[in-house]
Design a protein around this ligand. Structure first.
Ligand code: XIL
Length: 398
């Protein structure tokens, strides 16, 4: 056993070295915005290693790529055990007209996940963006808006009951300065829209894990304090929230201190909340250092954030906002070419992929196995985590 592990570890190190050498010899820092990668076949998958440690590792899914590129589905099923639909479950996609729902694209992803024994993160029910024009252009009273939101939450969660067990109920409700973000929901309903959304979601499916999800509040700072206070308030009022999603859209020149992320996860965990990294990507654009340098910094950032998640008992998933640079949202969101994910545009694993593999393989998880999770399901009464959204019962892939 030990010698097998040693041999595997040695092989990984050799692969990492080879990859680094090949990247250095191929990369042309001045002209290549999106670098070439060395071809290499992984010995094991992220999925198998994560599963052995009882955690979820996942990615966002682009349904068009899933339907048109064979390799996309192959890598997806091989490397991940949880997926998040990128746009298919957002308000404008699911309720394009008032009371007319369309779950076709969401269903495609859920069917894929089911066929490959993967979990699905439902993203997202209440957001200030991705709203249909009938909603944004309409003039609705407070009670009409509440009815619209309640129906939407009920219909979507009910459609996926038994298939989607975890939801980003409210997404990005907090500004960087810690105030509540302006939105149709805040303006039309008031700050208690957040409480209502969680209560309705819980009514629609009492088994589901319900998350608040946001960016820029991963480490220490004003925004993370505001999010902490927000979710603590929810718990104090008995609102059924189970966890906080830390999106982690970062760059090699702007990322939170891992120690700060650790402390933030721990304080959320101490409230009885689960945490998950939900949308990680690491931009390398706008930096003049050679490509290979940027890629190794990127790898280190991925590794550090995974390490933090592995360190915290209540961190149950590490999810990236895509896996191949071919389908990252970053170039269109920023207007610049980039390579923020762990596979290159040709589905070849990058240094970041090997860093995650290596971290999963090397980290001793004994503390996690020994220490039972005393996460609170909802509210403030302690209970064991037997029913928590932990993949301890995940079956091995067939
Ligand atoms: C992004 C998608 O990736 C894009 O394709 C879409 O055009 C806009 O939304 N935070 C979130 C995600 O919670 O829903 C966003 O997804 C990225 C930022």
């Amino acid at each position: 056993m030990a010698s097998t592990r040693l041999t595997r570890r040695k092989l990984h190190l050799v692969m990492l070295l080879l990859l680094a050498l090949l990247t250095i010899s191929c990369g042309n820092a001045s002209t290549q915005a999106v670098p070439e990668q060395a071809t290499s076949t992984p010995l094991q998958s992220l999925r198998s290693l994560a599963q052995a440690r009882g955690m979820y590792i996942g990615t966002v899914v682009n349904v068009d790529a899933l339907q048109s590129e064979e390799q996309y589905g192959e890598v997806l099923a091989r490397e991940f055990n949880i997926v998040t639909p990128e746009v298919s479950l957002k308000f404008d996609a699911t309720e394009p007209e008032l009371n007319q729902y369309n779950f076709d694209r969401g269903d495609t992803i859920v069917a894929f996940a089911k066929a490959h024994n993967m979990q699905v993160r439902g993203h997202t029910l209440v957001w200030y963006r991705a709203l249909p024009s009938w909603l944004t252009a309409g003039k609705f009273s407070r009670s009409e808006l509440m009815q619209i939101l309640r129906d939407h939450i009920f219909t979507e969660i009910s459609h996926y009951r038994g298939q989607i067990n975890i939801w980003d109920v409210v997404n990005e409700a907090v500004n960087n300065d810690g105030t509540l973000r302006d939105s149709i929901w805040l303006r039309g309903i008031g700050p208690d829209y957040i409480d209502w959304a969680f209560r309705w979601a819980h009514e629609a499916n009492p088994q589901a894990r319900l998350f608040y999800n946001d960016f820029g509040g991963e480490g220490s700072g004003r925004k993370s304090d505001a999010i902490y206070n927000l979710v603590r308030g929810l718990l104090q009022r008995g609102v059924p929230i189970s966890g906080v999603g830390l999106q982690m859209h970062v760059g090699i020149d702007s990322y939170p201190d891992p120690q700060g992320v650790l402390a933030n996860m721990q304080r959320l965990n101490a409230l009885g909340l689960e945490v998950q990294i939900t949308e990680m990507d690491v931009r390398i654009q706008g930096d003049r250092r050679p490509v290979q340098t940027r890629l190794s910094i990127q790898a280190q950032i991925y590794r550090d954030m995974l390490s933090v998640c592995l360190e915290v008992a209540g961190c149950t998933a590490f999810v990236m906002w895509g896996f191949t640079d071919l389908h990252s949202w970053i170039p269109s969101a920023t207007g610049h070419p980039d390579a923020p994910l762990i596979f290159d545009q040709d589905y070849r694993p990058k240094p970041a992929y090997f860093a995650l593999m290596d971290d999963l393989e090397q980290r001793r998880m004994s503390h996690r196995e020994k220490r039972p999770l005393h996460l609170l399901r909802y509210g403030s009464s302690p209970r064991s985590c037997r029913n928590c959204f932990r993949p301890t019962q995940l079956q091995q892939r067939p």
